[in-house]
Design a protein around this ligand. Sequence first.
Ligand SMILES: CC(C)(COP(=O)(O)OP(=O)(O)OC[C@H]1O[C@@H](n2cnc3c(N)ncnc32)[C@H](O)[C@@H]1OP(=O)(O)O)[C@@H](O)C(=O)NCCC(=O)NCCS
Length: 147
Amino acid sequence: MTALAYQIRRIRDRSELKAAMDLRYEVFCSEQGVPRREERDGRDNNALHLIAVAGAGDEVLGTCRLVFVGRTVQFSRLAVAVSARRRGIAMALLEAAERETRAGGADRLVLHAQTYALPLYEAAGYATRGSRFVEAGIEHVAMEKLL
Ligand SMILES: CC(C)(COP(=O)(O)OP(=O)(O)OC[C@H]1O[C@@H](n2cnc3c(N)ncnc32)[C@H](O)[C@@H]1OP(=O)(O)O)[C@@H](O)C(=O)NCCC(=O)NCCS
């Protein structure tokens, strides 16, 4: 498999936010069947959005968002374009989220992981908390990482 060049950074403007939301729609709603009203939960205006951008261009290959609640960051909406998967983009977004968490004065990340993706979060140092539950029709488990 050829190397895929990308950079991870915060969104810069409304058009990049729209591109991230379009990718989320494609991944969560079209691919996974999550209802749009659940994907759009009203928290995006209060979130820090990160994107993975291809090479020197502006194609958004991956995204996630962080919501700060005191010293805790709620991490969510991690999505990578089908054509760009298994190239390390999700792991790179998780690493960038940790840097942002520390920079924002927080020291704990929490998330709801789809259970099929547990190996990703475990590799990134997250631990499960509690039992599995169904959210948006998909099995999840709560996870956290203390920095
Ligand atoms: C889950 C998702 C974000 C992973 O993105 P990605 O960029 O392909 O992940 P990475 O390349 O960084 O994977 C790093 C490691 O995580 C694990 N991993 C990634 N995808 C996995 C999968 N589908 N099943 C099991 N483990 C997986 C692997 O250990 C992988 O390392 P490897 O490729 O050397 O085996 C992507 O498949 C996606 O967008 N899925 C649909 C939306 C979704 O489920 N989001 C997560 C909600 S909790």
